[in-house]
Design a protein around this ligand. Sequence first.
Ligand SMILES: Nc1ncnc2c1ncn2[C@@H]1O[C@H](COP(=O)(O)OP(=O)(O)O)[C@@H](O)[C@H]1O
Ligand SMILES: [Mg+2]
Length: 280
Amino acid sequence: MSALPRTPRVLSVANQKGGVGKTTTAINLGTALAAIGEDVLIVDLDPQGNASTGLGIDRKARAKSVYDVLVGEAELPEVITRTAVPRLSIAPSTMDLLGLDLEIGTEADRAQRLRTAIFGLADAVDAGDERAGPFTYVLADCPPSLTLLTINAMAASHAVVVPLQCEFFALEGLSQLLRTVEQVKAGLNTELSIHGIVLTMYDARNNLANQVVQDVRDTMGDVVYETVIPRNVRLSEAPSHGKPALLYDLKCAGSQAYLRLASEVIQREKQIRAGARAPA
Ligand SMILES: Nc1ncnc2c1ncn2[C@@H]1O[C@H](COP(=O)(O)OP(=O)(O)O)[C@@H](O)[C@H]1O
Ligand SMILES: [Mg+2]
């Protein structure tokens, strides 16, 4: 297993629970990183394709998708599309991804397909393929499961960003996720770490939410980002307009929170590179 290249930095947005804010985080963290000058690729690994739709990529425009890449029928640059956001591209998903396990589940390299594809981007850039970037960040939006798609994402990633919804059972299931990270680290990708835990859908009027934030911070320590994403209706409206919230309403509390999260992500990256923060 060769080491991951330093660029692009590859982050998986993962949690096997559905509806915790993975896709909202992938889209808006990706947009915020692009807004502060990074070149970002979002890889949509959820068969539901919410990241693709939320970034305005029409289903009909998805002739080829990440599925074709993972089954070996397309190269990653062939499926990469620019979005309306400058410096933000996406490799869209289609429902075909539901059949991935059946298609490649017995292949020896089944868990390494995305890693190989992302490694290959640098060669495509050298060969003059503009669709291939160069990207400084890749964000993989994972499906709500810990199956082959999420394993592919983790095997290709430097680190995992874990959205946790501010609700009573927030920490439930986290140990299973952390176990999966350890397994991937042991078997597929020794460099994998937890980049951070981001608390989402925080409602300040709800006493329970404050308790949850405190509990998660007490339990998980400084792996939890300072930034907490508020519950904000603009964040949930934006996808139906095919836009990230940062384009739909830059001033709303949700957009502003994702901008803060992006600077925190970059800050942590600097600390990791300087050796000042041990990967969790
Ligand atoms: N901070 C937030 N405030 C309000 N609604 C949110 C927020 N984050 C996500 N949502 C909404 O909650 C639902 C689930 O979020 P989503 O990002 O799709 O989760 P996941 O990808 O983990 O399934 C979506 O309808 C989304 O628009
Ligand atoms: Mg999602």
